[in-house]
Design a protein around this ligand. Structure first.
Ligand SMILES: [Zn+2]
Length: 317
């Protein structure tokens, strides 16, 4: 079996997986990221890659794939813009090529996760597939006609930054108002909870310090029928459904998979959006897009980055 190293670089930690060409993960090396400066993050990436390469299971690894947040120049692997790290023109690919003799490929983390879910996960066998990774933000990737869409400047699939509430929405990390990501991510759910809080002065959710309120607490409160939790969840689900219906109008996929942290809400989340998505679907047959929970979980990014490494880029070279 051929092996590659697949690295998933996130805002708070980085993981390097030793991945077989059947999509299996043979070993994983992780490190937390506290300092988000380029040199510190580069050091963390090197640590986990070194750990993986020293592992006997990585013997004869053929290449290294890195999924990183932001807009990434495919040839050089430079991170042109990453609001998560506050980097511009960070030469991630070139600096890693100085360290390793293996071929290095760098691409957007959500695009890598989409490649992983489409090749080895819930999207396997589909021709038209969309993955959304819903966590602190919303990442996306689109497979159309069996091929991952890259776009003119590697920006296809930035679904998180289409505006769904440009006049009354929350401010997004990208600077716009009411982006899908600002409204329907885990962070969005928290903001919805604060937005409706004045109507629930005795809410148990407000018994803690403001920065301690997490999206999971709100979802759990909604699941047990707490009025404040339900009101926040209803607004969140309404915005999520709006974005999903827009994706159906643009891409007409046979499947949209929801991955990332918030997707642990599973069936509860799917049930909250299905009817509304159907109502908002007008020009294609209703119900013709399956909305499902992704399968590879947190491994999708590593598996996809390794898949990119095997095939020599996000799309086969
Ligand atoms: Zn945005």
């Amino acid at each position: 079996m051929r092996k590659a190293i697949g690295v998933d670089l996130g805002g708070s930690h980085v993981t390097a997986g030793i991945v077989g060409d059947d999509g299996s993960i043979l070993g994983q090396y992780e490190q937390d990221i506290e300092d988000r400066s380029f040199d510190a993050v580069l050091g963390a990436v090197k640590n986990v890659v070194d750990g993986a390469l020293k592992d006997g299971k990585a013997k004869d690894a053929v290449a290294i794939g890195i999924g990183a947040p932001g807009n990434i120049e495919p040839r050089s692997g430079a991170v042109l813009y990453s609001p998560n790290f506050l980097w511009t023109d960070a030469p991630l690919g070139d600096r890693l090529r100085k360290e390793y003799s293996l071929p290095i490929f760098v691409a957007n983390d959500a695009r890598c996760a989409t490649l992983g879910e489409h090749t080895f996960g819930i999207g396997a066998g589909t021709q038209n597939f969309v993955l959304l990774t819903i966590g602190t933000g919303i990442g996306g990737g689109i497979v159309s006609g069996g091929k991952l869409l890259i776009g003119n400047r590697a920006g296809a699939g930035e679904i998180g930054h289409h505006q769904i509430r440009p006049t009354d929405g929350f401010i997004c990390g990208c600077g716009k108002r009411g982006c899908f990501e600002a409204q329907a991510s885990g962070t969005g759910l928290i903001r919805h909870a604060f937005a409706v809080a004045p109507s629930f002065p005795r809410s148990k959710l407000l018994d803690r310090e403001r920065d301690k309120l997490g999206s999971k607490m709100i979802r759990r409160a909604a699941q047990v029928g707490d009025a404040h939790g339900l009101a926040a969840w209803k607004n969140f689900a309404s915005d999520l459904a709006l974005g999903l219906a827009n994706i159906i109008a643009f891409v007409n996929p046979e499947m949209i998979a929801l991955g990332g942290g918030v997707s642990t809400a599973g069936e509860f989340m799917l049930e909250s959006v299905r009817d509304r998505v159907d109502e908002l679907t007008t020009m294609v047959p209703r119900g013709s897009t399956q909305i499902v929970v992704a399968k590879l979980g947190n491994d999708a990014g590593q598996v996809g980055a390794a898949t990119m490494a095997f095939q020599g880029g996000l799309t086969p070279s």
